[in-house]
Design a protein around this ligand. Structure first.
Ligand code: ZN
Length: 337
């Protein structure tokens, strides 16, 4: 055997090691989560059996997200794509179509009781829809017909559906998400099913404790002090589940800016309802909230996490911490005002 051949064999033997590692990780179930909150739920269920990619990361706004080429590649390679549904991810259909993925696309809101959109005034913001028309035809490069889901309300691409998508703001709904994630992982990776179910069960117990804590915290807030203001309508499920009243200048999507009339109506309502606190949100610009605060004499009570987690060093890097941070911030602002 020549020296050269021996050298070649040695090199290829060495290179087997990284190849073996690559194979081990390739066997993990490839999961894409559309945004940070469901990514955290997925990580709790999947543990180290999954290889998780998150499209809209910490502090990101999924309502107006524009996918990148890397997102299409991740979706194409995925075994499971976890999405919120209820038209939260406006970018989703074109991304899935363009990627050509064979993954099952699993809507985690399946099985919850959805709340209807636009039940609340004064933030029926239909007139404001024109304000964001610059988004309208930006992302046509894939050439897909994205008007297909228009429900005849006249905002076409901007129609965000009949239901409010922010279902994760009720812990009870998060428990449904976790069951759906566990079922999806079991269907895609039967060998891991016992692990997924056990993880879902132990995480579910933490959710149940969290739910009790939030209920106790809200119960300690006097009825007359339970009206609070945020920047967009992301907390209807929290309101419905726990009994605080949330008002917002913007509707359930951040796509459209609040009109002057929306803001004036909200300020009138804040005075009538004697709102006790106002909060900025991590995903949206704080300018409008600060304006409303100064016009009504309310002090900004802190930052709530509505549609995204914080980064790892922030106060809300997981779903459990996000919900605790939000109720703690609300309690602190109301008791300190
Ligand atoms: Zn939102």
């Amino acid at each position: 055997m020549s020296r050269l051949l021996r050298l070649a064999l040695t090199v290829s033997a060495i290179s087997l090691f990284p190849a073996a590692l690559a194979t081990a990780s390739a066997e993990r179930l490839k999961v894409v989560a559309t945004f940070s909150i469901i990514a955290d739920l997925a990580a709790n269920v999947g543990g180290d059996r999954i290889d998780l990619t998150t499209l809209v990361g910490p502090d990101g706004d999924a309502h107006v997200y524009e996918p990148r080429p890397a997102d299409a590649r991740a979706v194409a390679a995925a075994g499971v794509v976890l999405v919120n549904g209820l038209q939260f991810e406006g970018f989703l259909k074109r991304l899935v179509d363009a990627s050509g993925t064979k993954a099952s696309v699993v809507e985690l809101t399946k099985g919850i009781e959805p709340l209807k959109n636009a039940d609340k005034d004064p933030h029926d913001h239909a007139e404001g829809a024109e304000a964001s028309s610059e988004h309208q035809h930006e992302a046509d490069e894939a050439g897909h017909d994205h008007e297909a889901h228009a429900h005849g309300e006249g905002h076409g691409h901007h129609d965000h559906g009949a239901f409010d998508p922010h279902a994760w703001q009720s812990v009870h709904n998060a428990e449904v998400y976790v069951r759906n994630i566990s079922d999806a992982f079991c269907a895609a990776d039967a060998a891991g099913c016992d692990t997924y179910k056990a993880n879902a069960q132990s995480y579910g117990a933490q959710l149940s404790t969290l739910d009790d804590e939030i209920k106790a915290a809200v119960a300690a807030i006097p009825q007359a002090r339970r009206t609070i203001i945020t920047s967009h309508d992301a907390f209807n499920y929290f309101e419905h589940e726990y009994g605080l009243k949330f008002l917002a200048p913007e509707g359930v999507s951040t796509e459209s800016e609040a009109s002057a009339a929306d803001v004036a109506a909200l300020i009138k309502q804040i005075r009538e309802d004697k709102a006790s606190a106002i909060f900025v949100e991590n995903i949206s610009n704080s300018r409008l909230v600060e304006q409303i605060a100064s016009e009504t004499g309310l002090k900004v009570g802190g930052e709530l996490y509505s549609d995204a987690l914080s980064g790892p060093d922030g106060p809300a890097p997981t779903y459990l911490e996000m919900m605790k941070h939000n109720i703690g911030t609300i309690q602190g602002a109301i008791s300190g005002s």
